[in-house]
Design a protein around this ligand. Structure first.
Ligand SMILES: [Zn+2]
Length: 462
């Protein structure tokens, strides 16, 4: 007796598209067979006629329950599970909140403890903010524990790590088989441009992009690529946004540098003009939105394999929270200043729709959607083929997609509980109608059925 059969669907993987029925037993995919040929009975049957059956998406880049300057984003790991599941996500990864003087392993364990409330399977990337002998010694310990992926920032005093320390961590990660990932923005360029714009009184939202120009990303990416090439160490870039960075990664890959990189749904969909409006504050994220030329370069880079993942960098604040960082004039009006609000935008739920729209307009194939949203995240971050594919023996993380279902990506339709959406004017044709994590139905008929603390820690190995 099977636990579940998903019948009559069109199976879509990163490599191919074919008609098949899928049998699930004991949290795993037990059978993949020609339509109508599974004889065994099942406790639950899902008719997927006219629908796509895909591996669950993996969200490897988000910031949930992330405190910033006395406020904290609106999601916890359970509510984030709900938003994710509606958008076809079945596993997600966050970051440890490491501070100076702290054991990185301790920070990872504390974060995993918070994440244990999730309904999705979960993991964490270990954040390094310094490289003393104690934390260098923890690199191998983290890898053995199942957390082989690390994050470092080249900007933001307080979390940014010194260049020499980057080399130290990178070298040890290379030696032990870990992967260093970077938030790559140039701190010198960011500080210099902010000062300059402030002196000129240019603090409106529309100047945010100029405060972190393309060169700000490019300088840091080039520096990290030089380190990686020198040490022969693998590196990963979070949220690339510029044509310059993409070109550098492309050339480095051609030289044999072991570099992989992602972009995010918003850089593929939106441009900096969004900041030039009274709602510009809602579109403050780092790196900032870019030009249409950058946007098209990112799609090109996904299609030629230079970029291999699309993530959300989800960090959901209400407008009120963002505005709480601003001063008011004597009449009580907000004083606009792009330097002040917390950066970060929601996106874990919309990611599927943004990619589906690109399928519908011919920019990418459906197989590419699966590749960049599920299979490559699993491969790059070390949980393939347990996750990221539909194979016998893999976890039964499955999304059934109705290609005809129309979903306006409005605040009202999403589940963050926010009063705005970055995609108020974007509608997705094609949307997940059933989301299954390890054989358990999390979303069906527009309802969230997931239970708190049913997600499981995903030990990963590169
Ligand atoms: Zn991020």
């Amino acid at each position: 007796m099977l636990d579940m059969i998903i019948k009559n669907g069109t199976v879509v993987t990163a490599e191919s598209t074919f008609r098949a029925d899928i049998g699930v037993k004991d949290e795993k995919i037990a059978l993949i067979a020609a339509p109508g040929t599974i004889q065994e009975k099942a406790a639950k049957e899902i008719d997927a006629a006219g629908r796509y059956v895909m591996p669950g998406l993996i969200e490897p880049h988000m910031h949930v329950a992330a405190p910033f300057g006395g406020t904290i984003d609106v999601l916890d790991f359970y509510s984030a599970s709900k938003c994710g599941a509606f958008g076809g996500v079945t596993s997600f990864m966050d970051f440890s909140t490491t501070v100076r003087g702290m054991s990185v392993m301790q920070a990872v364990k504390e974060r995993l403890d918070e994440m244990s409330h999730a309904a999705l399977d979960y993991s964490v990337h270990a954040k390094f903010v310094e490289a003393n002998s104690k934390v260098i010694g923890e690199v191998k310990e983290l890898i053995d524990f199942g957390v082989p992926t690390f994050k470092m920032f080249t900007t933001y005093p307080g979390v940014m790590i010194e260049d020499t320390d980057i080399l130290r961590i990178m070298d040890e990660a290379r030696r032990c088989g870990g992967l260093c990932g970077f938030h790559a923005e140039s701190n010198p360029i960011a500080e210099f441009t902010r000062e300059k714009l402030a002196a000129e009184g240019k603090l409106d939202w529309k100047y945010f992009n100029e405060a972190k120009p393309n060169a700000c990303e490019a300088e840091a990416v080039q520096r990290i690529l030089t380190f990686a090439e020198y040490l022969d160490a693998p590196v990963y870039f979070y949220h690339l946004s510029t044509k310059e960075a993409v070109e550098m990664v492309r050339h480095a890959q051609a030289r044999g540098v072991k570099v992989q990189a992602e972009t995010c749904g918003h850089y593929l969909t939106l441009t900096k003009e969004k900041n030039d409006s009274p709602d510009g504050i809602n579109f403050l994220m780092s790196p900032p939105l870019r030009t249409d030329e950058d946007r098209m370069a990112l799609w090109g880079a996904l299609n030629d394999g230079t970029l291999s993942l699309v993530t959300s960098d989800n960090e959901a604040f209400t407008r009120e929270q963002k505005e709480s960082f601003l001063d008011r004039d004597e009449n009580g009006n907000l004083i606009v200043d792009f330097r002040k609000p917390v950066n970060g935008t929601p996106g874990i739920e919309e990611r599927f729709g943004l990619l589906m729209n690109a399928v519908n307009n011919g920019t990418i194939t459906l197989n590419k959607l699966v590749e960049v949203g599920s299979t490559n995240p699993a491969r790059v971050f070390g949980c393939y083929p347990q996750k990221g594919c539909l194979e016998v023996g893999s976890d039964a993380d499955i999304v059934v997609v109705d290609p005809e279902k129309v979903m306006p990506l409005t605040a009202e339709n999403m589940h963050y509980g926010l009063d705005y959406s970055l995609y108020e004017d974007v509608t997705s044709k094609g949307w997940p109608v059933v989301t299954i994590r390890r054989g358990e139905v999390l979303v069906e008929d527009g309802k969230f059925l997931g239970k708190e603390s049913t997600g499981r820690f995903l030990a990963r190995r590169l």
